[in-house]
Design a binder for this molecule. Structure first.
Ligand code: NAP
Length: 321
């Protein structure tokens, strides 16, 4: 697969989000299946894997997902880039020592992931700790070689700018898809200008853009984000149908699947974008990775965007959750 750079960290053009093996999309597969699916993604060209310390059933604990990722990738550790995320509140900071409070999270992740260094370490959500303090501590962790680069997740341009001024960022991970395009206005252009990678989460809009969700699709009762994702409310699935029709039209034309078109669109649009689609299905993971093979020509891309821009999006998540 083609490679891209998140600042100086080289990754496959399409990565893999591993969250659903632990949280967010209903029942989780067996650990054995999850490990096999991650190994299979690597065999199919994926070298960029995204996890977080908090990914666990019902977000009830720490580390469920990191343990799986660690087991799956330990034999190819030097050939892959592992990204994980932490969250920290001021109540965890003793005597103003933000660095050591973060380091405690980091060492836990490193142990679960079976690594001596984390390639990309994100702050999962901003909290009551000043971003400048976090940026300073991350700079120290980079100098010490405990992390290669750092990132922020679910952040606006003001936070990014403050952080970047202290310790240059490797990546921003925000929601981004054909139906969540807020980051196009300021954030992605800022990232391009400042050599920061942009890693879209939920790039298939939690399944909507696969074209397989209809108004009669039943989501699961337990630990399933699709029950509150705005675009997946019944009336919004109906409202968004013209967007799905447009994707289907291009999928047919390019002999690709709708999920692949959704991913191919964003990697054609920006040179610094590396999506991390999520799936708990081995075959669909490979389908998504193979989106790199779908080359939209300049004219096709222009036609797609022109038609897309005429369509209203029903439901908006933005920074709400
Ligand atoms: N930073 C953050 O705050 C944050 C938040 C959310 C997610 N993330 C990261 O981003 C990754 C991806 O986000 P996400 O999983 O929420 O959303 P997503 O990738 O947009 O969509 C996942 C959903 O789409 C379905 N799907 C995926 N590919 C498909 C295909 N080819 N055909 C049909 N259905 C398909 C999956 O179903 P199946 O499992 O049945 O295939 C699943 O229900 C996560 O794994 C996580 O690493 C980060």
């Amino acid at each position: 697969m083609n490679k891209r750079k998140l600042k100086d960290i080289e990754v496959s053009e399409i990565g893999m989000g591993t969250m659903a093996f632990s949280h967010g999309y209903g029942q989780i597969p067996s650990e054995e299946y999850s490990i096999e699916a991650i190994k299979n993604a690597y065999k199919n060209g994926c070298t960029f894997f995204d996890t977080a310390e908090v990914y666990s059933p019902n977000l009830s604990g720490i580390g469920h997902n990191e343990l799986i990722v660690g087991k799956a990738l330990k034999d190819v550790r030097d050939k892959v880039v592992i990204a994980t995320k932490f969250f920290i509140k001021s109540s965890e900071v003793i005597n103003g020592d933000v660095y050591n409070a973060i380091k405690k999270h980091l060492l836990g992740s490193m142990e679960r992931l079976q690594v001596k260094m984390i390639d990309l370490y994100y702050l999962h959500r901003i909290s009551d700790i000043k971003i400048e303090e976090i940026a300073k501590a991350m700079g120290k962790l980079i100098k010490e070689g405990l992390i290669r680069g750092w990132g922020l997740s679910h952040v606006d341009i003001d936070v990014i700018t403050k952080a970047q001024n202290i310790t240059p960022l490797s990546a921003i991970q925000n929601i981004y898809s054909l139906v969540e395009r807020d980051s196009e206005e300021k954030i992605i252009p800022y990232c391009i200008k400042n050599n920061i990678g942009f890693v879209p989460f939920s790039p298939i809009a939690s399944g909507l853009l696969s074209g397989k969700i209809t108004t009669s699709t039943q989501f699961e009762k337990n630990d399933d984000v699709r029950n509150w994702v705005p675009q997946l409310k019944k009336e919004n699935i109906e409202g968004n149908k013209p967007i799905i029709d447009l994707i289907q039209k291009f999928a047919q034309k390019k002999q690709a699947t709708p999920a692949q078109i959704s991913l191919a669109w964003m990697i054609k649009k920006y040179p610094n974008v590396v999506p991390i689609p999520g799936s708990k299905n081995k075959e669909r993971i490979v389908e998504n990775l193979n989106a790199y093979k779908v080359n939209l020509s300049d004219d096709e891309f222009k036609e797609f965007e022109t038609e897309l821009n005429k369509l209203k999006v029903y439901g908006h998540r933005g920074f709400a959750f």
